[in-house]
Write a protein that binds this ligand. Sequence first.
Ligand code: NDP
Length: 517
Amino acid sequence: MATVEQQPPETHNGLAHSDGDIPVENPATGEIVATVPDLGADAVADMARRGRAVQPDWEAHGFDGRARVLLRAQKWLMDNSEQVIATIVSETGKTFEDASLAEISYAGNAFGFWAKQAPEYLADERVKSGQLLVKGKKLILRYRPLGLIGVIGPWNYPLTNSFGDCIPALAAGNSVILKPSEITPLTSMLMAEGLRECGLPEDVLQIATGRGETGAELVEHVDMIMFTGSTATGRKVAEAAARRLIPASLELGGKDPMIVLSDADLERAANFATYYSMQNAGQTCISIERAYVEEPVYDEFVAKVSEKVRALRVGVPHGPGSVEVGAITFPPQLKTIEDHVSDALDRGAHVLAGGHAMQSGGGRFYEPTVLVDVDHTMKIMTEETFGPTLPIMKVADSEEAVRLANDSPYGLGSSVFTRDTERGEQIARRLQTGAANVNDAMINYTVLELPMGGAKASGLGSRHGAGGIRKYTSQQAIVVTPRLALKSEPHMYPYKKRKSRLLASLFKFLYGRGKRD
Ligand code: NDP
């Protein structure tokens, strides 16, 4: 029986006014685990006012002051990891391991990384110039926090993808309003409480619980929007940001291809195909969503993957080691998965493992599924499925594999398996994706030093690396002329014939000498 734990709106962000409540369901059990307020336009405007009011003080904490809070939060997360994992599992229905490996470890690393790297990535840069008019002047490139950042996140990784993007925004000296998915708001709320305990001043990070309308309202109030979610919603956010002339960073959907060449270590390739298509029940933007395998090793690869996938246990996660594949978090996603599988079967595909939705303990699940005899007339090969499915297609050679891998509106991640790593790297360079892994998959996401972003319809901008924090700042160019300077400079009034001719000759001398092709 469902238990409803009423949480009055006053307990969240101190906001009394909301447009009703949103129940939060555990997708693995069907239980309602909490309710959160559905914040309306007034509440979002109020939060924006409060976020702006406290931002200058947070900026004035400096890198060291902000790093102290972030490093305390890193320790807090490790001390409270069981509670955070339980919260993630309760609202996503994912396994303990998917929460621990892909969320806790990510955020633990990210707190330390941004605390350490923010001062380096955002340090003032002294610039040298060949421009004659600025000889002797001091030239500085400075990164200034934008002010109030809006972060909108999806439901598949409430800690990594919703909350995770707040960390560099805060490290840069901004205040932040985070709008988590209405499906998974509890982790963000818990993290905000944790940060307050660690000394983050009131209102520097606020959580705007609500539905899509709350997210749309947020875009109307902030100085920059960091959005992670579907390509369809991303377009709407980009349009709203363009109207307001604010920057938007968009991390969107994917349909990541895996290429297996005939010289690959097949056991490794099969293990990676199984893990990175089924991990988090396939609900990862950079899941392996389709595989292309060279003809000579196709049968052996398919046999290995099918056997491994059939061995996976699916169901309600009851702590560590209980199941490999958890629930389907977002109710409509189950329909999409069923639709893609039945469309493929109608067009001639065959199922070698799984192929059905499962009801277990009141929750929503889909059997880990392997499909063969697939092609690009099928949705399962061309649209984002976002479920525990792996369609495997036979290809004649690497050329056909590259052509099919690039035959997609998406371009998030990709992987190539071969023992010839030089050839693998050459193929990786030809894939139209924001990241490409050779003999690995998805691992690039954990490397915070590398940019993570999508090509084509998978996004604009990136997270991680220097660009992943500089996007939360505006660049300011500062030019300082020393105290002992001329009263006037040669290019200024009055304009005189002789001086103008001299300057024209000087330009010719500087830019017109030498031979050209
Ligand atoms: P959605 O696009 O449906 O929602 C994302 C967020 O946007 C949610 O918080 C949603 O609120 C909110 N939202 C909905 N409508 C609007 C609007 N008009 N204006 C502003 N915000 C709005 O995505 P999902 O939550 O379904 O997430 C799954 C998608 O995210 C997949 O496509 C996946 O590939 C992608 N993703 C991409 C990643 C990347 O790094 N590239 C990482 C993780 C996921 P609500 O939920 O309350 O409706």
